[in-house]
Design a protein around this ligand. Sequence first.
Ligand code: BDP
Length: 697
Amino acid sequence: MRNWRALVSAIGLSLAGLPTHAMADDGYALWLRPSAQSVRQVNITRSGDSPTLMLAEGELRRSLPAGTMPVMLATAAAPAIAAFRRDVEGLGDEGYLVRTVTLNGRRTLLIAGNGDRGVLYGTFALLRKLATGGRMDAISLRSAPKVKLRVLNHWDNLDGSIERGYAGQSLWDWWTLPDFRDPRYTDYARANASIGINGTVLNNVNAKADSLTAPYIAKAAALADVFRPWGIKVYLSVRFSAPIELGGLKTADPRNPAVAAWWKAKADEIYRAIPDFGGFLVKANSEGQPGPRDYGASHADGANMLAAAVRDHGGIVMWRAFVYAETDPEDRAKQAYTEFKPLDGTFADNVLVQVKNGAIDFQPREPFHPLFGAMPRTPLMIEFQITKEYLGFATHLAYLGPLFTETLDAKTGWKPGETVADVVDGSAEHHALTGMAGVANIGRDRDWSGSTFNQANWYAFGRLAWDPDLSAASIARAWAAQTFGTDPQVIDTVTAMMMGSREAVVDYTGPLGLAHLMATSHHYGPGPWVSDLARPEWNPTYYHRADASGIGFDRTARGSDAVDQYAPSVARTFAKPETTPESMLLWFHHLPWDHRMASGHTLWEELVAHYDRGVDYVAGMQRLWDTLRPKIDAERWQKTATYLTIQEKEARWWRDASLAYWMSVNHRPLPAGVRPPDHDLSWYKARQFPYAPGQAH
Ligand code: BDP
């Protein structure tokens, strides 16, 4: 008996009378909460004994409510479900069908797929449906993923630190692997499977060659063994110069046969240890990483050489388009397009080019990357950042669903109606190889993501990778129900808080299309004044270009002409301030402080109003969260409440520091009635945070 129970009964309290919200909940269970009255005696039949089918059965036993009708888990080949084979056709390897049918004269809940993974995904879809209020007798689900590779990118280092990680150390304990397989690896795989994620890149894109040595291959293989039954493949980030560092070669030139042979042998070695190894992720010629350009070879030369090394094993290469060089005076927002667009059609068919959602770098808001739709002969994999490097780390509540869907729903303009999602899911050009990558926000914190609400971003990424056409609001509602239960007040309130939360971060950090205003290196807090960094495009002043007369980056034909990289109809929209959405105004235009906005306010007044709106939104979230205190368990409620207090403080800091700086540049007073910054600019400039988490090293 646990001590507190003894204590409670000793003082004569009945446990049954204690409200459940008073119980501690550390968030470890994520959105996978067993139903209160689950029973283990459900009648479940399986069409086979594969580990994956057994896991599906385990999930049902853990969570199905009492009184459930008999359940049949079956792959399409099972004779018992011959009559339904047709319904399963067309669902691919991973799709599922969940329906009540009559089998041998009994009403049975059938969970079917062409393969085991489809059955597992169908199981999780059923449990999700039930946890979000669906009724067992009305269940009818049929779905197949629209995107083939649904992959987390861990920026985890071999020493256990995580670049841009805000939820503790890396989950992977490289030191005790491969011998010790932490049970948490299984829980990680299970959580991912429950939202359809089917791949994980284990190590940082700023990769060490050591990941490719025999001991580390063995460690990766141990993780792959744990993940396999959950349908998750392992991938590795590779350092392009590994043939020099590990192989003793004099060059890593992709056109050199000895280099290609080294990679081929390395790939063979990996596949001996991990027969279903997914392939390589590569950051090359970007932010100091080595790459084919060092030898005058192209990104396609590099990607295709690696693709050849894994091809016979069924592997793929994800080659990142996140490139820009300090030696290139071109607008940073243009450089990836300039480099990659001419390579369209030259990549091997097992290469995906991985493109960040926007052209700079995961800012709170960016217009969609101009490469989407512009490389029709190349599968483009979209890369989102789930970890909130630029959106308040783990402490700020910022639901990223609206950021993800805003990009996915954007019209590329290259074909009538074509969206970024159409490009990503392959429907635009009928690419079979498709993918979505999310930079993970997962660490060893007990609640995995540093806060309960950050779990929603992991969840939303998985759900959208499966179906990029889902709405951010429907995902938020489902997550809220799975995470906090089906009380409508809780779901409505939590969803309301979440839906405007990302916009609030935009408002208090960089409204109206401003971007890259954060402090240097750790990226914690404001630094719009920074102008002394070695690389021009690392300075916030490079991006906002504010002076006494105006603010914003002119990307029209009069400026860098970045607009010209978009399809003509989109370029026309962005070419004029009048037609550019105000949310992206200063991304594309340099405008006078007195520029008249749609509201009738001047640009300066509008900017100030946005900062205030952002801070107010956080205060509003605090009030809403307070109303849920009686309905949420104490531990998760309190941590969230405390984090909202931190967020409110930091939102005000961002606002005040930014306004103090803009005023020092434009020499304008604040509009009447607006609260002045708490301190003068020098106070904000003097803030130092040498030990902020998640730094690159
Ligand atoms: C930036 C991060 C940096 C990453 C880089 C990347 O600040 O740590 O290495 O992106 O994506 O956002 O390669």
